[in-house]
Design a protein around this ligand. Structure first.
Ligand code: 13P
Length: 214
């Protein structure tokens, strides 16, 4: 196994444990993948993100066929479609984190972007959050619906299910999904307050200054 793949397996295990230890993943919910030159690595189905073994992580080719490891996550196809939608990205994280799932269960007047730009870091790390229609976990219609979403959105919220976020690295995807979860929490905390989100001009200035990777 080449050193890049070994590092990727170790990074998935370390991030999985950190997400689990901080309550962002529970039970066997959530899955992580990293794209390699010759395919992609994805966490095994029914595995606990807090107790991954690097050797068990599934490897698939870029057509989605198994290469090695335990049987892949039932959402492997969703990860594959995320890489097709955003070829510039190298890692994908899907969670059932509580506050983001709460937002995924709300009735939204528009599905184009379901969280307001409350803070600068949300704009910088996430930017936009379209809502994908509900399909059961592992259903190929869910993956196809995500594949058709705006390629500018690095994060998509799956209705009544949870967020899926991709990034140019696993660190980047994890930081973005953590920012999304915290923003969902703020959004819920502020529901009875008069909120002043960032203005369009403030959002545009952040995008220009920090050159968010599209
Ligand atoms: P897997 O255990 O197959 O990865 O599924 C977990 C999950 O989060 C489904 O959405």
């Amino acid at each position: 196994m080449n050193p890049e793949e070994t590092r990727a397996r170790e990074a998935m295990t370390a991030h999985g444990r950190a997400l689990f230890d901080r309550g962002l993943a529970h039970g066997t919910a959530g899955n992580i993948s990293i794209r390699l030159d010759d395919g992609y690595l994805v966490t095994p189905t029914n595995s606990c993100l807090g107790r991954l073994d690097p050797a068990d992580i599934a490897k698939l080719d870029m057509a989605g066929a198994p290469v090695s490891g335990k049987p892949a996550s039932k959402e492997a196809f969703l990860h594959l479609m995320s890489y097709r939608r955003r070829p510039q990205d190298k890692a994908v994280v899907h969670l059932h984190s509580t506050h983001a799932v709460a937002v995924a269960c709300m009735d939204h007047p528009s599905t184009e972007d379901v969280l307001p730009p409350l803070t600068a870091y949300y704009v910088m790390r996430v930017g936009k959050l379209p809502l994908a229609p509900y399909f059961p976990p592992g259903d190929e219609r869910l993956a196809r619906a995500v594949a058709e979403m705006d390629a500018d959105a690095r994060a998509v919220l799956l209705a009544n299910h949870g967020p899926i976020v991709s990034g140019p690295s696993l660190d980047g995807a994890v930081y973005a999904i953590e920012e999304l979860e915290e923003t969902a929490k703020l959004f819920l905390m502020l529901r009875s307050e008069t909120v002043r989100p960032l203005t369009k001009a403030q959002v545009a200035a952040l995008n220009e200054t920090f050159n968010r990777t599209k």
